[in-house]
Ligand binder design. Structure first.
Ligand code: A3P
Length: 303
């Protein structure tokens, strides 16, 4: 990992490309950027946003949706994977960016401070940030890194993470795109300062009341659901299509690799709230609670 602007970025190649995206990406007024810390529901929000934006006022039959035939990571390009000249993961080169249909959808784990200035200053371009409670995020990351990141590491410099080791690194903020709380708080502050520019979503809220939050998302991107769409059940159809149970069953999400070379199925594990309780010891809970209180104090953000 490489530390830059107080955050930890993965590996040399991805870091180089992140710098290129910071320097060269030119946002458009219609762009929609999904930002997140890893394992907080990025893939789910990719699918939901794609479905909302491409619903054609509900006229597009759901059973023909590209979500059923393409992994969400292939429908929403990851900003730091666009090939800005270094021969990187994504087949999408920077010269093809202009040809993407509007609104262009991107996702990113890049912290706010490292985003391209053009995203921050472009009037119409909007950011949708998703976060998740730190306990479940931690458990999801631990599973993912042990299963996937270590497999990907060709030079075998990475070793399996014990839960305790990962906990210590997490505490120090020495995790991919960490520290966690600083990542979240920076976007949270931006959403308070400029709510038209940054929408702040929580995984747990989406789980608890998806209808309300789908409407919030649709309003935010200025594609509100009409009463007629609501009465036809379009919102429910999107929720059901993008549910983890449905996504997990789709052949396209069960087989093969995404652009980053990760097994597509690794992005769909349990998708539950509160599973962390089976992993944390009481002293760990106490330490995490204390860290959370200390970091969130005065921000108005709670989990
Ligand atoms: P768990 O490991 O807790 O199951 P990301 O997409 O940011 O990598 O986050 C992955 C987490 O989101 C995983 O959490 C995964 O199971 C969950 N997830 C993926 N798709 C989902 C969906 N459609 N609905 C709810 N959760 C989903």
């Amino acid at each position: 990992m490489i530390q830059y602007q107080s955050f930890w970025f993965p590996g040399y190649r991805l870091f180089k490309n992140t710098l290129k995206s910071q320097k060269h990406f030119k946002a458009k007024d219609t762009d929609l950027i999904i930002a997140s810390h890893p394992k907080t529901g990025t893939t789910w929000l990719n699918a939901l946003l794609f479905a909302i934006v491409n619903r054609d006022n509900g006229n597009h039959p759901m059973n023909e949706s590209p979500i059923l035939s393409q992994h969400p990571h292939h429908l929403v390009n990851r900003l730091e994977d666009v090939n800005f000249g270094g021969g990187f993961f994504n087949q999408l080169s920077s010269s093809q960016l202009d040809d993407l249909p509007s609104p262009r959808l991107f996702s990113t784990h890049i912290p706010y401070v490292t985003l391209s200035e053009s995203i921050k200053t472009c009037d119409g371009c909007r950011i949708l940030y998703i976060c998740r409670n730190p306990f479940d995020t931690f458990v999801s990351q631990w599973h993912f890194y042990n299963k996937v990141v270590i497999d990907l590491d060709g030079e075998q410099t990475l070793k399996p993470y014990t839960f305790e080791q990962f906990f210590e690194d997490w505490f120090e903020g020495r995790i991919l795109f960490g520290p966690f709380f600083e990542h979240v708080i920076d976007y949270w502050m931006q959403s308070l300062a400029n709510p038209k520019k940054v929408l702040f979503l929580k995984y747990e809220d989406l789980k608890e009341n998806p209808t309300i939050h789908l409407k919030r998302i649709a309003d935010f991107v200025e594609m509100p659901f009409s009463l007629e769409e609501e009465s036809r059940g379009v919102i429910r159809e999107i929720i059901d299509m993008c549910s983890i149970n449905n996504m997990k069953k789709l052949d396209v999400n069960k087989n093969g690799l995404n652009y980053s070379g990760v097994e597509k199925k690794a992005y769909f594990r349990k998708g539950e709230v509160g599973g962390w309780i089976n992993y944390f010891t009481p002293p760990m809970i106490e330490r995490m609670d204390r860290l959370m209180q200390q970091k969130l104090q005065g921000t108005g953000l709670t989990f």
